[in-house]
Ligand binder design. Sequence first.
Ligand SMILES: NC(=O)c1ccc[n+]([C@@H]2O[C@H](COP(=O)([O-])OP(=O)(O)OC[C@H]3O[C@@H](n4cnc5c(N)ncnc54)[C@H](O)[C@@H]3O)[C@@H](O)[C@H]2O)c1
Length: 337
Amino acid sequence: MTVLVTGGAGYIGSHMVLALAEAGESVVVIDNLSTGFSAFVPNEVPLFIGDAGDENLVDGVISQHGVDSIIHFAGSIVVPESVRDPLLYYQNNTMTTRSLLNAAVKRGVSRFIFSSTAAVYGNPDQVPVPETAPTRPTSPYGSSKLMAEIMLHDTAAAHDLNYAVLRYFNVAGADPQGRIGLATVGATHLMKIAMEVATGQRAKIDVYGTDYPTQDGTAIRDFIHVCDLVQAHRAALAYLRAGGPSVTLNCGYGRGYSVLETIEAVRRVSGRAIPVQTASRRPGDIMSMVADTSRLRAVLDWTPAYDNLDTIAAHALAWEHKLFLERHSSGEQRASA
Ligand SMILES: NC(=O)c1ccc[n+]([C@@H]2O[C@H](COP(=O)([O-])OP(=O)(O)OC[C@H]3O[C@@H](n4cnc5c(N)ncnc54)[C@H](O)[C@@H]3O)[C@@H](O)[C@H]2O)c1
């Protein structure tokens, strides 16, 4: 009963691997280290440096380690990059998933958990957004993930495989013990940029769009702590192991915070001023994206532990301080770890 985690050296995947290893699960990782860090994978967990779409590699790992469940995080995640280079995203998100699924089906892997995204909804008609809302992605990133969802659905209908598609909203925070966190160079996440301002690595944060019909004019997002998200994956794994049918679930807390409220939380927690520069809306930006979490809470045995914006910000800040000191003391980026 081994769990294969693809992308297990990345931000969310590494928190997953740590949680599985700490729970005594047998776990193995495939990661090509394109944005991940080998140092994020615990020493006792086998790490195969390679492509999750390399069917020979995957086949060997499944048979060698007795893999019966796959949690698939590996992928490319930057929305504007997907607009500039859509084929990269259809390759790395859609085709990689196709190859991984092909190897999984051939070897009889019976459970598959897929990292999807709220971006599959595009501009929602209704907020909070239920899983039954129309899927109309506004970026190649969202489309590449939706295509993977469709493949997974069809594959599960034809083979002995059950899946959980987890559509993440905005993932933030870090391991409360400060061991791992978001370290991607040039990450574009709002909370991450605010942390870089709070730690003196940036002078200001740009806020795009201050004229939305929201309480302070800025866009609304639903943040979920990375460790609560990981616990949702563990609950999804337990659900599938217990014979639960395939399911698609939103992963958020179901609570929206505006961009300015989020920046204010970082200011409160850090005690540092966060200079803001306002700019006009960017094409494709979504006004309000908040999860309807009723299905998640009904289907899975999941109780979030960190549903508090200040707690999320505090964990992210502690990690950012550590990362900043490490990068400065070594004089090089952690990417070389
Ligand atoms: N971070 C978020 O807010 C968010 C929101 C919605 C969905 N997601 C999804 O969650 C997943 C993980 O995201 P993350 O934030 O941890 O990003 P990340 O970039 O930190 O992690 C991705 C990991 O996958 C690896 N990888 C990429 N392509 C690969 C390939 N072809 N073969 C093997 N390894 C490969 C990278 O090296 C990295 O370690 C992604 O699929 C992403 O689309 C993330």
